[in-house]
Design a protein around this ligand. Sequence first.
Ligand code: BES
Ligand code: MN
Ligand code: MN
Length: 462
Amino acid sequence: MQKTQIYIQESKDRFLQELIELLKIPTISADSAYAQEVIRGAEKVAEFLVNAGAENVEICKTAGHPIVFGEKIIHANAPTVLVYGHYDVQPADPVDLWTSPPFEPVVKKTDIHPDGAIFARGACDDKGQFFMHVKAFEAMMKSNELPCNVKFMIEGEEEVGSENLGVFVRENKERLKADIILVSDTGMLANDTPSITTGLRGLSYVEVEVTGPNRDLHSGLYGGCVANPINILTKMIASLHDENNHITIPGFYADVVELSLEERAEMAKAPYSEENYKKALNIDAVYGETGYTTPERGSIRPTLDVNGIWGGYTGEGAKTVIASKAHAKISMRLVPDQEPGKITQLFKNHFESIAPAGIKVVVNPHHGGEPVVTPIDSIAYKSAAKAYEKTFGKVPIPVRSGGSIPIIALFEQELGLKTVMMGFGLDSDAIHSPNEHYGLFNFYKGIETIPYFFHYFNEAMS
Ligand code: BES
Ligand code: MN
Ligand code: MN
């Protein structure tokens, strides 16, 4: 991999300039006003894949945003790595909280990234990360050191639930044949503490609407006489946790796999400072389920959180009104072996059952996803661990993450393939938030580490 590494060192500036080009395209999948930009993003990804040396590059139409596919088959008997990532991004709002415009990337230094970080929506999630694979592939190709077959599947709908990717996977099983799926769309503990993500939480997401009277009412004439939907909704939501912050929905924990004390002790060995955690968020205390540490609460335990709530008058000044309706969006993060469909149904039954007379409740499910846990004794995991050891000089720590990538469970079901999650982001990179950024150290370290994964994986498979 020596020529590959030299190629990378000599191409660093160009790699960054190319990433900047990609980051300038506002590929916001959730907002139909950006549909044309999403297509432009897919075309750019395809162009980069072709220039890197991929063959059969295709922008595959779906019922939604396109999927970019490309491959390089060096030998029928060589192991095949399927790289998955997403070129779509979250909406940038609230835009006024950004210190530079979200689609005008700039490099700035931060305390955590003294070498600089690139600030833009999608810098870390996931353009900066999947692009590392494109550049690592290019470096191996141009250096004649590509040891494995590679397939790329870069989608445009991850941030909105990957529904059409599911269809694509089912219809393209032959084309997607591989030995392992490789994904960089997660994080690691710190720049001097490499880790490999070995689990993701699942997701059940619902929107609720509660309706009281058939119209907005004068809060003087009717106040005190009818159920106020906002009062009731907030009360119903508050009742979903008990005094120990356990979730009160009957059956919610029935399928949760409890970790053994040994497993929890192993987890606790990963470096973590509660002081730094609080400092970074400017809070004087953490908050969560009794009996679990903060890292446990954020990875091996399920949660229920309101993500948005609205209703009534929120404009300037006062308007004395009882709203007819109140709404909330609620996410539940799930752990093995909770099943999103079942959890959504439990939520719906329970939420409807706790509504008082005089209130109507509608629960609308959104997209969901299953949790995943990946093995650490597999050839692929061990190859990844060796690659990190080579470039970081440290053995990476296996860590279960709290985020979700719903399609990964589906890859296993439909393609029978395991995934290795080599994520190089940091929790402090502000993904989905204003001022999202990705460290240049992380970007380049990822590009350097990926070829070693290919090298060790090929070595171990042959
Ligand atoms: N890349 C993230 C997930 C992630 C980030 C996992 C960091 C682990 C560490 C992904 O793009 C994402 O945002 N997923 C969504 C779910 C999706 C259905 C919208 C999430 O976790 O909220
Ligand atoms: Mn992502
Ligand atoms: Mn995301």
